[in-house]
Design a protein around this ligand. Structure first.
Ligand SMILES: [Zn+2]
Length: 346
């Protein structure tokens, strides 16, 4: 899929048309709204099947509830997303890939919830894929708000294992690739985008999608000993920091800081996508790292201080991390960003 091929130019033209016709950017942000996107439809709950996956599949709702309890924002000040339509998804995805999701077995494989294979596809669409499409629409909307407001948070999204042609690791839609394509299309002044991916896993989806695209710089810090170990996608990472199982705060935080400042000085991004997975937390059975709750909060503060300190817009996605304690820690982090003056009211 070379960027200079004739076929790719045709693809680019049709994706431009699809972006133009999309309604995901047509909303007007109310002056009283915080650029925080969430909808109750993000959460995946049905017949107990969600309990078979080792994660808290209502994490997103619990984060939002904590933010309401902590009076960071009110229900009315929250931005409600719109579900990404098939046409929106075709901006990045191929039709054969989207068609493959009409098979429950494919969705079971992507979400790693085996019993999903036994459900009729209309149930899978409504209970699993719709929440993910809603979160994807939320990521795209948050991209626009970040440019306009300097920062934005989608309480969901961050499906960094999904590329145009392939899903995996619970990621069915390439929301990061989509949000960047929308931003580059709509905001001519933005020509350099940096992805800062601090989820415990290697972000191989967008890395494959932007492999040959010099407008996108990838900094990825991940545990090299876990999924996906995608050697091909590693070629798409400009700044790669590979960690091992059991990495602690003392090692992690100085590394993040040093590499982030170096990356910013090297690339001078005009827009940053921050994939803020919390599966780096000690006790996470997938991430296998030993970062403390305080370490997670400090990590997010370092990233926002570095990026916003350069007046660069940043959009944060919550990505992986599904322990029961995770939602509280994400909310603590948002409160800390507010208390440190790194995010604020309109
Ligand atoms: Zn992860």
């Amino acid at each position: 899929m070379g960027i200079f091929g004739k076929e790719s130019r045709n693809d680019a033209r049709s994706s431009d048309t699809l972006i133009k016709n999309s309604s995901l950017y047509t909303f007007n942000l109310k002056t009283t709204s915080w650029p925080i996107v969430y909808d109750a439809g993000y959460n995946i709950t049905f017949m107990g099947v969600e309990k078979l996956h080792p994660f808290d599949s209502s994490k997103w709702g619990r984060v939002h509830n904590f933010l309401l309890d902590d009076k960071v924002l009110t229900e009315e000040e929250t931005v409600t997303p719109v579900e990404a339509t098939e046409e929106d998804l075709l901006v990045v995805h191929t039709q054969p890939y989207l068609n493959s999701l009409k098979w429950s077995a494919t969705v079971a494989q992507i979400t790693e919830v085996v019993p999903v294979a036994l459900l009729p596809n209309f149930v899978v669409q409504r209970k699993v894929l719709r929440p993910l499409r809603l979160q994807t629409g939320g990521s795209i909307m948050a991209g626009k708000m970040a440019v306009e407001r300097g920062w934005a948070l989608n309480i969901g999204g961050g499906f960094h294992h999904c590329s145009a042609e392939r899903g995996g690791g619970f990621c069915a839609y390439a929301d990061i690739t989509l949000l960047i394509k929308f931003v580059l299309h709509h905001f001519e002044q933005i020509k350099r985008v940096m992805i800062v991916d601090l989820d415990a896993h290697q972000g191989n989806g967008y890395a494959r999608d932007f492999m040959d695209d010099d407008r996108v710089y990838v900094m990825d810090v991940f545990n090299r000993n876990i999924y996906p170990q995608d050697g091909f996608a590693k070629a798409g990472i400009k700044r790669k920091v590979e960690l091992r199982c059991g990495t602690t705060d003392q090692e992690y935080l100085p590394l993040i800081k040093e590499h982030l400042y170096d990356a910013i000085n090297e690339f001078h991004p005009q827009f940053v996508v921050y994939n803020a997975g919390t599966d780096i937390l000690a006790g996470d059975c997938l991430g296998l790292m030993e970062i403390s709750p305080k370490g997670v909060v400090e990590r997010d503060r370092i990233v926002f201080a570095a990026v916003r300190g350069q007046n660069v817009p940043i959009v944060m996605l919550t990505s992986g991390g599904y322990q029961r304690s995770t939602a509280r820690i994400i909310a603590d982090s948002v409160v800390s960003l507010r208390d440190n003056g790194l995010i604020g009211p309109p």
